[in-house]
Design a protein around this ligand. Structure first.
Ligand SMILES: CC(C)(COP(=O)(O)OP(=O)(O)OC[C@H]1O[C@@H](n2cnc3c(N)ncnc32)[C@H](O)[C@@H]1OP(=O)(O)O)[C@@H](O)C(=O)NCCC(=O)NCCS
Length: 167
């Protein structure tokens, strides 16, 4: 019988699995931007930096049996917090694991007295933006506009306030 999914706090024995999940997160961004250089040669080092910055108490993992299948973190800034990162292992996406992780992060933020919970997906991460909107992220805060002086190709079209942008 397949064991059920549990969400629990990060512990040191999860380190290798979390490195691997961070690599998958980078790989996803490489795919959506068609750019294999994103994240550099050792993207998993970012997990170590993140862990050092937020502490194990602000990271949760999704476990089934002995397998770590997903990861979510919170960066607390007083009454504000940011969900960062959230990732589910590619072969286990669309099984409801991401929903369990985001609901846990929302609940933990609430317990910490957070009033404004943000997450900053890149504009091209369309599926994730749809997933987040379904989980209650219904307000848009900052819009980060930039000019690409290197003339790389961008996708068209995203409409904002009647204006057409690339993403
Ligand atoms: C976004 C993510 C955490 C959602 O986790 P999940 O376990 O796939 O989510 P759930 O199974 O609870 O919900 C599934 C829904 O999420 C959405 N979704 C978002 N990104 C998806 C992806 N890369 N693959 C499949 N579904 C995705 C779909 O709408 C999906 O609905 P569907 O199964 O009916 O198509 C996960 O897909 C992921 O790790 N994506 C890549 C990393 C990423 O973009 N992280 C966020 C950076 S801000």
């Amino acid at each position: 019988m397949e064991s059920s999914l549990a969400i629990r706090n990060y512990q040191s024995s999860d380190l290798e699995s979390c490195h691997s999940l961070w690599r998958e997160l980078t790989e996803w961004h490489r795919q959506i931007y068609e750019d294999p250089t994103i994240g550099g040669d050792h993207p998993e080092d970012q997990f170590d930096k993140h862990l050092a910055a937020v502490g194990a108490s602000q990271i949760w993992v999704a476990i089934r049996g002995s397998q770590v299948l997903g990861l979510v973190g919170l960066i607390l800034r007083g009454i504000e917090a940011e969900v960062e990162p959230i990732v589910v292992s590619e072969t286990h996406r669309s099984e409801g694991i991401g929903s369990r992780l985001i609901e846990r992060a929302i609940a933990e933020a609430g317990k910490s007295g957070v009033r404004v919970l943000t997450i900053k997906p890149v504009a091209r991460n369309v599926k994730t933006i749809q997933f987040l909107q379904e989980h209650g992220f219904k307000n848009v805060g900052f819009i980060d506009l930039f000019m690409d002086l290197s003339q790389r190709p961008w996708k068209s079209h995203i409409e904002l306030f009647g204006r057409d942008f690339q993403f």
